[in-house]
Design a protein. Structure first.
Length: 120
């Protein structure tokens, strides 16, 4: 699966990218929501994993914009704060929400669940 990983934290993006690659996925990184939208316009991705707290365009705005352009593209939201972001991210169109920090096992389980929802 080709995953677009959106997070302004370079270290986290690198670590998550390596973990996703270990699971057999191809990873494309973006440090802003705006950059993520540019990538989606020129490259095919199977899933977006986006942080909610980013400078400039928020994760919530990024999810909304992706939904307008690609209504069927699976999106997983993630944040260190679940309360203010979990429900709005799902209302905007995210299939799932991950609270940071999360384990590789949690990430893998959510990726599989989203893959099953998309195939169903």
């Amino acid at each position: 699966m080709k995953i677009l990983l959106v997070d302004d934290n370079d270290s986290l993006r690198l670590i998550l990218g390596k973990l996703l690659e270990e699971y057999g996925h191809e990873v494309i990184g973006a440090d802003t929501g705006t950059r993520a939208l540019e990538i989606i316009q020129i490259r095919h991705v199977d899933l977006v994993l986006t942080d909610m707290n980013m400078p400039g365009q928020s994760g919530l705005d990024t999810i909304r914009c992706i939904r307008q352009q690609n209504p069927d593209l699976p999106i997983i939201a993630m944040s260190g704060e679940s309360g203010p972001h979990q429900e709005p991210s799902k209302q905007a169109g995210a299939l799932a929400f991950l609270k940071k920090p999360f384990s590789g096992k949690e990430l893998h389980a959510i990726l599989e669940r989203c893959r099953c929802q998309v195939l169903a």
